[in-house]
Design a protein around this ligand. Structure first.
Ligand SMILES: NC(=O)c1ccc[n+]([C@@H]2O[C@H](COP(=O)([O-])OP(=O)(O)OC[C@H]3O[C@@H](n4cnc5c(N)ncnc54)[C@H](O)[C@@H]3O)[C@@H](O)[C@H]2O)c1
Length: 357
């Protein structure tokens, strides 16, 4: 299958040095180009970046001769079936819509999805095409270790899942927390959020009252689901996700390094913490390879993958809606906001220094 990458920066082609050095094994291969090149059913046929230096560097690194500075030319000439979109957020909605209209059938899209509710509405229509398969840069849900934790939390062995807490430090809404929101949606299971409540810092207004120019820091955000599960984004550090069940705490620690379980042992009512000893064999290739493999499965007609993709596309859209709801809640003195009540004029440009998220 013919594949291409649009945006040849760190996520597109050159994994950042600190990730390469320190991230747990489940994160690799991380760049879109590397993940595509690793897949036996994909051929990386074209690359695009308006920055000619980055484009040349990526073309040399991956041995790709077909290069473009305009994504529209790439879509028209190279006719890829699968693309990775690893640009910054601005303009991403336009790339997705253009690619879908140009016949691309599978896309791995970096997070966050888009900048405004208007763009999200347009993308919701694009995603309605059941012949279009999408995955998203919030990739932890594809890692075996997170899947194992989800199974444990929903197994019934530890009682009911009540709370999901995501500890990613003082992260920014657009840069860090699309991951947190996606984890909460993943662990809560495919369901609507009943209400969202948040408090932010560094909220710099843009030209209109509902336009946010900065990438705000989340001080706290909560997502309440219809079945009573609550997801909380905290300021605690550690890159951990803690699944609080009525009878235990299950934690995926250090960004996917290990699972610990705290539960009473024997007659002692106090929690005792131990490492999870079960297996969740991290495959040799996980990282961005995992969602891209899922897309290849969809293209190849795998029924289970296709039906999961329907759920995944709904979560990608819902996750983005929740980011807007988080802002709206903050702007309205942290009131509870329902998914269906988000103001259609909300936009977030998420600028930090000279760069946009
Ligand atoms: N999934 C993750 O864990 C993760 C980690 C870091 C960043 N990200 C996200 O990935 C995205 C990219 O981040 P990055 O760190 O790789 O950024 P980057 O600045 O290193 O790379 C972005 C590249 O896109 C190119 N570009 C911009 N507009 C383009 C266009 N219209 N067509 C083609 N190329 C274009 C730029 O020239 C640049 O080379 C961001 O939105 C970021 O939020 C995701």
């Amino acid at each position: 299958m013919r594949a291409a990458v649009i945006g040849c920066g760190r996520m597109g082609a050159f994994t950042s040095e600190s990730m390469a050095k320190f991230a747990p094994r489940c994160w690799f291969p991380l760049s879109h180009a590397e993940a595509i090149r690793t897949h036996p059913d994909l051929e990386l046929v074209a690359l695009c970046d308006p920055n000619e230096e980055s484009l040349k560097r990526a073309a040399q690194a991956y041995g790709v001769g077909n290069v473009y500075t305009d994504y529209r030319d790439l879509i028209e000439d190279a006719k890829p079936e699968l693309i990775g979109i690893a640009t910054r957020t601005q303009g991403r909605a336009g790339i997705i819509r253009c690619a879908a209209a140009g016949g691309v059938r599978a896309m791995h899209i970096e997070k966050p999805l888009c900048n405004s509710m208007h763009e999200l509405q347009a993308l919701t229509q694009t995603f309605e095409n059941s012949d279009l398969y999408c995955s998203y840069g919030a990739i932890r849900r594809f890692f075996k270790i997170y899947q194992a934790a989800r199974e444990l939390a929903h197994s019934g062995k530890y009682g009911d899942l009540r709370e999901i807490r995501v500890n990613m430090g003082e992260g920014m809404l657009y840069w860090t927390h699309p991951h947190s929101v996606d984890l909460i949606l993943y662990f809560a299971g495919a369901q609507r959020a009943e209400a969202i409540q948040a408090r932010l810092r560094n909220v710099v207004r843009g030209e209109s009252p509902l336009e946010i120019a900065s990438d705000p820091i989340i001080e706290s955000a909560s997502i309440y689901f219809e079945d009573g599960i609550a997801g909380h984004i905290t300021r605690a550090s550690g890159y951990a996700v803690i699944l609080s069940c009525s009878g235990a705490e299950i934690a995926v620690e250090n960004d996917g390094q290990n699972i610990s379980i705290s539960a009473p042992r024997g007659e002692d009512p106090y929690f005792c913490t131990s490492s999870y000893q079960g297996t969740y064999n991290t495959p040799q290739n996980e990282g961005t390879y995992a969602p891209i493999s899922h897309l290849v499965g969809c293209l190849a007609g795998d029924g289970a993958q296709r039906s999961y993709n329907v759920e995944l596309k709904a979560d990608i859209l819902r996750g983005q809606r929740i980011l807007f709801a988080i802002v709206q809640s903050h702007l309205e003195q942290s009131r509870l906001v329902r998914e269906q009540d988000i103001d259609p004029e909300i936009a977030i440009f998420a600028k930090t220094g000279e760069k946009f998220a």
